[in-house]
Unconditional design. Structure first.
Length: 249
């Protein structure tokens, strides 16, 4: 049964990764392509598209949003087929991995994921793996300055672990001391702060960076909601042993 459970999670993750790709191409990828035109202008060659934890999935100087969008449409080079292939592949791998993490959390906590509570699971996954790190380590565009990679990875991992523990303590434990520890766990990484670059100067327009951060987080939220709801639907089907079309009944 566990094998079928994990296979169902894997299928939901692959579908979620596939479904989120058009959303990325609608808002996130054009902003990345536009930012790539600034590489080399400010002396910051930035090989990464985002922070080490991939805000898009998990996923990414004009005067307003409309002008930024117009600049993307007019100046950005065409999006290549290889970029599309790489994006789809990355989304499939990310979706599968996060789906297995979600399934493992459900098994460890003995809390079922269903079609009815899938959205809540999805929002929790988004809060832990995307929103919590982004509060101090925003999604980064190419050409933006970045702190030490290893330091950011360690900080991100610690933030995710503490966020997961903090939400568990606040949501599932009734003791006051547990809730106090949960609050401390959520706040502590941001009191320490994520590693920052020595030079904050960037050729990327601030409005473009801000639009990318918002688009990346919105895409990540959509991805987690799609993933958890699909997983809940699949798990309902397995538990009830009836056709998938009746799983929501």
């Amino acid at each position: 049964m566990i094998v079928r459970f994990l296979l169902a999670a894997l299928g939901a993750g692959l579908l979620a990764g596939l479904f989120i790709t058009p959303v990325q191409y609608a808002r996130v990828v054009p902003l990345i392509v536009h930012a790539e035109t600034f590489e080399g202008e400010g002396g910051h060659d930035h090989a990464e598209v985002a922070a080490p934890h991939s805000h898009d999935a998990a996923v990414p100087h004009t005067h307003d949003t409309a002008m930024v969008t117009a600049a993307v449409d007019e100046e950005a080079p065409p999006i290549t087929d290889s970029r599309l292939f790489n994006t789809v592949l990355a989304n499939l791998v990310t979706g599968a991995g996060f789906a297995l993490i979600l399934a493992a959390a459900s098994l460890m906590l003995d809390l079922p994921i269903t079609a009815r509570n899938g959205a809540l699971w999805g929002l929790t996954g988004f809060a832990v793996l995307s929103l919590a790190p982004a509060l101090s380590l925003a999604p980064e565009l190419p050409a933006m300055p970045a702190g030490d990679l290893f330091g950011r990875q360690i900080w991100w991992l610690a933030t995710v672990v503490l966020a997961a523990g903090g939400i568990y303590a606040l949501a599932l434990r009734g003791e006051l001391w547990a809730k106090a520890i949960g609050i401390v766990a959520l706040v502590a990484p941001h009191l320490v702060g994520a590693p920052q670059p020595a030079d904050l100067a960037s050729p990327v327009p601030p409005t473009l960076a801000a639009e990318f951060a918002v688009a990346s987080l919105a895409t990540a939220a959509a991805f987690w909601l799609i993933l958890a709801v699909l997983a809940g639907y699949a798990f309902d089907h397995l538990r009830q042993g009836r056709p998938a079309r009746h799983a929501l009944a």
